[in-house]
Design a protein around this ligand. Sequence first.
Ligand code: ARG
Length: 459
Amino acid sequence: MAQLWGGRFTKETDQLVYNFNASISFDKRFYAQDIRGSIAHVMMLARQGILTDIEKEKIIEGLEGILDDVEQGKLVISDKYEDIHSFVEATLIDRIGEPGKKLHTGRSRNDQVALDMKLYIRDEVHMLDNLVEEILLAILTIMEENVDTYMPGFTHLQKAQPITLAHHMGAYFEMFKRDHERLTDLYRRMNTCPLGSGALAGTTYPLDREYTARLLGFEGPTLNSMDGVSDRDYLLELLSSLSIIMMHLSRFSEEVIIWNSNEYQFVEIDDAYSTGSSIMPQKKNPDIAELVRGKTGRVYGALNALLTTMKGIPLAYNKDMQEDKEWAFDAIDTAKGCLTLFAGMLRSMQFNKARMKDSARHGFTNATDAADYLVNHGMPFRDAHGIVGQLVLTCIDKKIALDELPLEEYQKICPAFEKDIYDAISLETCVNKRITTGAPGRMAMEETLAMYKKYMEEY
Ligand code: ARG
């Protein structure tokens, strides 16, 4: 029976196994890093007398030729190779013959892939950090232009106290500032070179690992060859930093969506960053913000997937680790796309200042300040709280704001109120009296802005 279909079945199974095992479809994206790592390896081998200078030159010339040809589209990375390492090595041997066969001396694909991935991620961390910088700059511009743009601050999505748009934006500045610092921090920690770890136990060749590390811009070599080939902590740190970045973008998106709603109308998203409806002609939807909010799940997913993949892996390299790539690449691409689009949307967004101010005036956001007024006239805060509560009820009944209530009404409820109550509860006063560090008042905000500007200059 087996003979009836055995040959064909075996062949098909082999092909399936091969496909299942192969990583070229996704690891081809770090061909440049693979070649860069190989060039450094070969330079070190020659310096240590393991390769001759002629062999070194031939190999490097060959590798540079492959890099150029791939970059110019003259050489297509074919999926018939198992992974990018095999593709580069086989192409090199094809092109330069014998010396090419010496490229892999004192190296395993285990330390090679560990190196390639680190080189790739390092470049990506730089790019991500630049995009975070763009967001910070966009926020800073909005802050500088809106120190006196009053709006309600919310708790429980209920109007709470008046703040400014600069202050609200400043909260996001702090969040993305921490994101920048997390990226900087993980970069510093990951910046050690695994090349020379071999398969797991180093090699018997007299490699100079400090030299390759230096050539490739690392702080130094990794200090344990087992960990060198099997450490993926830096990816988990990156994915968790990206998850936090996405969480920040998602919260921000949620606010943009709310602020853009017909009820709020605090902002107008630029036409270029919104979309229409196929059926409802009046619609202008905040799709970009919604997609950013939605894509956050993908990045969290990547973090969870890699944490789960790593948790059961005994030392040292195991093939499970090949699963680090697609998730990491997808999360990085997603975060980069979201950061880019969000920055563009922010830069082009219009703020409806009159609408924001009006909203702050009509939500009793100055009620705390009215109570503080009585406290300043010697009343215990708890009593003042009760009196202002009654005033608010009266205003709700009359459908007016606290500053529209006539003085007689104030005095009916509490004779301590004088004419100066109106100034005490104006939006300007409510905001500008709050000048403790980190508060929205102009004096405090100007100090904060000076620090933020300096921060960006030193970024
Ligand atoms: N494609 C592999 C990976 O991404 C490369 C390392 C292969 N090593 C091995 N021992 N099979 O992890």
